[in-house]
Design a protein around this ligand. Sequence first.
Ligand code: ATP
Length: 301
Amino acid sequence: LTQLFRPLDMLGMVYRTIRQGLIDMAEMFRLMDTDVEVSDKPGAPALIIRQPSVAFDNVMFGYDKDRTILNGLSFEVPAGRNYAVVGPSGAGKSTLARLLFRFYDPQSGRILIDGQDIKEVTQASVRAAIGIVPQDSVLFNDTIGYNIGYGREDATQAEIEMAARGAALMGLIDRLPKRFDTEVGERGLKLSGGEKQRVAIARTLVKNPPILVLDEATSALDTRTEQDILTTLHRVAEHRTSISIAHRLSTISDADRILVLNEGRLEESGTHGELLRYGGLYAEMWSRQAAEAEEMGEAAE
Ligand code: ATP
């Protein structure tokens, strides 16, 4: 009888994998909130990265014609620096990340990675250069090892273990009965929000991209877990070029530079201390958030 059921079981597994794959894709597009809009120019070369700098040069963009979201946005993140992007809700922070990943092309202006216009090179090479750690990661119904290695098809077990170590996942994995072969997801071990995010970090480490886009977690992580994850993320971002999209300012105050977006423009930029002294939009957002944190009984920094 087991013989009879095995193929059915297999089919079920294939079905679940496909379904989960579709869910993942749908989820990814939902997160990135996009459709496929751009295509490669005929004969476009691959991006070649020596110094992974990122620059927006007078970028204008709107999702539809009658409303521009980015209004001539310009900034540069030098190679190896960790920058943060903050600003009021709707300022265009996620839009900036979508354009960098080339889900859309600007209406005018240019986006450059290491001096190359991302419109002139292949989309695949741009996406291979950028790792995104989203706020909410989706896991495949498969082993934890598979979920980590998913960042790169040819990842070896040794690379997967290194990534797990880098994302501070070994404590968890060592406690699991089947370690890397433990099933996770819907039908397996349920991981907490923080653990899922660590898997996403490990996935990014396997991919090993020169540029990182970190979409700050606003989801339900307790403060202790969040601190741990931030520490891990900072370590991962070291020696890479990173752009952290932040909602809470307390998590990015040590960024090399903070870009303050307002209505699709760069309104201010500087270090945390410089921006506080400047007394503009950032300083205002900072005192508002500090007051809110105090109200919630948290110790504001
Ligand atoms: P938040 O801090 O709330 O996440 P944000 O700064 O990341 O905001 P974006 O998500 O970049 O803001 O959105 C900027 C503007 O673009 C918003 O007014 C939003 O309504 C609009 N927008 C975002 N995605 C789309 C889309 N796919 N189609 C049309 N308009 C969109």
